[in-house]
Design a binder for this molecule. Structure first.
Ligand code: GLN
Length: 382
């Protein structure tokens, strides 16, 4: 039987992260491509999962998330940002950041709605918008500084503009939008009914003395925002797929209508484990220094190489400009590095809808020092 399967996403293939990790495994290459830590999760956190299971937390969690975890998250926002979150009305625990992003887009976007995204953009935004009939309006930002021209962004706004998506700190650029830029954004959106999706999954990973910048701190932005965060990044547990979304109560009610028929509720014992572990906020506060040291190790180690290291103000990614080595296209060069030099990276072009080639590759430094030292040795010899 020949079924007439009409793809809803004809232009979408397997994600670049999966592709490069598969190639890295096949080639037994050092994998600095997909963003995940290669070091162990804190055994104390793992023990908390067993403890939660032994205590009998093995059935459905509440649809909106375990109360203990929601309260812990709300307390964290209060302690770090002096921001009050209503843990019952404004917060839902999700199955990772990606599900929160998907659900927020599903909640808001209707056919013909325009959604402004900033490229290079994380790969799930555009296809998810398209799945719900929305139109992606990309703002292309280019290396090395990926600067946003807010006046240009203003020209893209029209009566169909429904949503804007920002990712701060930004994957893959490592840029952090500070108070001033977020202020520009607030001014731009003032008086419009455009909503904001703020993907803050790398929130606490900001360097050089910067403080984390959630849009929740800016009332004019908070009132129109879905904020997404992830414990995968925070706790080095990308395989647990637990995150959350915060939004004003009226938005959150709609978000939950979608969430309940998508995942219904999220893994129970892990929610209890995370709540117990984050009872002490010092962990979160130490995260930036932990990754800053790794960023410096890699950055400093590549000073003598032919790669030019672009600045990374946050996240656990660095971008390497290889134009001094070759003019080869990014994807081809990333494959060549994996196959011939046994090191896997991500071509920056994967984060743009229209073809780009800036001779830039993204590397992940959420790796053991030993892995980073091996990477430095390889890259210094290219
Ligand atoms: N967030 C990870 C990255 O940017 C990838 C997650 C995934 O593989 N979908 O590398």
């Amino acid at each position: 039987m020949n079924f007439n399967l009409r793809s809803k996403l004809p232009h979408v293939g397997t994600t670049i992260f999966t592709k490069m990790t598969m190639l890295a495994n096949e080639q037994q290459a050092l994998n600095l491509s997909q963003g995940f830590p290669d070091f162990e999760t804190d055994p104390k956190l793992v023990q908390q999962v067993s403890a939660a299971m032994e205590k009998g937390h093995n059935q459905y969690a509440p649809m909106i998330g375990a109360q203990l975890l929601r309260e812990t998250i709300a307390r964290q926002y209060k302690e770090i940002y002096a921001v009050e979150i209503d843990a019952t009305e404004e917060l839902t625990v999700t199955s990772g950041g990606t599900q929160a992003i998907f659900t927020a887009i599903a909640t808001i976007v209707r056919p013909q709605d325009e959604v402004i995204i900033f490229e290079p953009a994380y790969d799930c935004y555009g296809p998810t918008v398209e799945l719900f009939g929305g139109k992606v309006v990309p703002v292309r930002l280019l290396a090395p500084d990926f600067q946003i021209d807010w006046d240009y962004v203003a020209t893209l706004i029209n009566e169909n503009t429904r949503f804007m998506i920002i990712n701060n700190p930004n994957n893959p650029t490592g840029k952090v939008l500070g108070k001033e830029e977020l202020g520009r954004l607030a001014d731009l959106l003032e008086g419009t009914d455009i909503l904001l999706l703020s993907d803050e999954v790398y929130e606490h990973i900001v360097f050089d003395g910067a403080s984390p910048q959630s849009v929740l701190r800016i009332p004019q932005l908070r009132e129109r925002s879905f904020v997404v965060a992830s414990f995968g990044k925070l706790l080095h547990t990308t395989g647990w797929k637990i995150g959350y979304c915060i939004a004003p109560a009226a938005f959150m009610r709609e978000f939950r209508k979608v969430h309940q028929f998508n995942v219904f509720s999220v893994n129970t014992p892990m929610q209890f484990a995370i709540a117990a572990y984050l009872n002490d906020i010092t962990y979160v506060k130490g995260l930036a220094a932990f990754f800053e040291r790794k960023r410096n190790l890699l950055k400093d180690g590549l000073q003598q190489s032919r790669f030019k290291v672009l600045p990374s103000e946050g996240t656990y990614f660095l971008n390497l400009d290889y134009s001094a080595i070759t003019q080869e296209k990014e994807f081809e060069f990333a494959c060549l590095l994996t196959i011939q030099h046994k090191i896997a990276t991500i071509p920056l072009s994967a984060f743009y809808k229209e073809p780009t080639d800036q001779q830039v590759l993204r590397v992940c430094f959420a790796k053991q020092d030993d892995t980073l030292l091996k990477a430095i040795r390889i890259l210094n010899n290219i």
